[in-house]
Design a binder for this molecule. Structure first.
Ligand code: NAG
Ligand code: NAG
Length: 271
């Protein structure tokens, strides 16, 4: 479906399931990379043979996020109100691993994040669980199981977050691009101190906390769009983000590379 139709579908979720992974999530939060801990790459970080294609922006190493992000709106005083992207669901692999793929507003240098996407885990036997989720960080995420929104490896999904600056309620949309079937829900924070600011946007593959990052192969984001009330941005001047294995080494385990003004490839590089 075209992006312009993304927000015209309305599908009311009749049930929002409590997270079967809430305990695991609590553990992740303990070690979660806080936005203020982002580390800007300088010469000390060795990216090896990795190549970047930034037409603008910086290359940034983080503990948890690979992809692309803007740390400010296109014009000072504006606020991001929408972020979307499209990607193909990777096939789960490995054991006891996790990968989260999402778009979001705020969180890249400020202390809230309004996010939504998918969350893939494997257990100790390699059995995979595919869920979608939204989160108004620092509140806990809400997970939606396959009964609420069904998707499979190989499906092309469009995900989007829409929110206005000052708001405490946002829209999360996830849609099977081919069928148009979608989940369109609102989610909120009850803490008005964490109202949306709209100063950053992100397209991310995440290793949550200190969990083992799944070998997801590559995730190709396309149709990456963010906009304020009056202006759209492509990826031209976005930062590209990479995940380093630990805060104390220079080994990059996943990395985002811009492949076009509206496309981005995130590659798993190793454990
Ligand atoms: C770069 O690639 C060469 C050839 O594949 C390899 O021998 C070398 O170890 C790589 N360097 C790094 C830092 O990964
Ligand atoms: C999503 O759309 C594709 C293409 O029509 C379809 O094959 C797939 O079954 C859909 N996914 C789900 C979970 O319905």
């Amino acid at each position: 479906m075209k992006l312009t139709t993304l927000f015209t579908y309305t599908f009311f979720a009749t049930s929002i399931f409590a997270s079967p992974t809430s305990e695991r999530w609590a553990k992740q939060q303990e070690s979660r990379d806080l936005p203020g801990e982002l580390f800007h790459v300088g010469s000390p970080v060795d990216f090896g043979n990795v190549t970047f294609a930034p037409a603008g922006g910086s290359n940034v190493a983080t503990n948890n996020w690979a992809g692309a992000a803007y740390g400010s709106p296109p014009v000072a005083g504006q606020a991001y109100e929408l972020v979307t992207g499209q990607f193909t669901v990777p096939t789960a692999s490995g054991i006891s691993s996790v990968v989260s793929i999402w778009v979001g507003i705020d969180g890249y240098g400020n202390n809230i994040a309004i996010q939504g996407g998918i969350y893939i885990t494997t257990d100790a036997n390699g059995a995979a669980t595919y869920q979608s989720w939204s989160e108004w960080y620092p509140d806990a995420p809400v997970f939606y199981d396959q009964g609420t929104f069904a998707f499979s490896p190989g499906d092309v999904l469009i995900i989007g977050i829409a929110v206005s600056a000052g708001a405490t309620t946002a829209d999360f949309i996830i849609e099977n691009q081919t069928t148009g079937i979608n989940l369109d829900i609102t989610f909120s924070t009850t803490n008005t101190a964490n109202a949306a600011i709209g100063q950053t946007v992100e397209w991310i593959v995440e290793r949550p906390g200190s969990l083992t990052l799944m070998n997801f192969g590559t995730v190709d984001f396309s149709n990456t769009v963010a906009q304020t009330a009056s202006q759209g941005v492509d990826l031209s001047n976005a930062d590209t983000l990479a995940i380093r294995r630990s805060p104390t080494d220079n080994i990059i385990i996943a990395q985002g590379v811009k492949t076009g003004s509206n496309s981005l490839t995130i590659t798993y590089l190793g454990p």
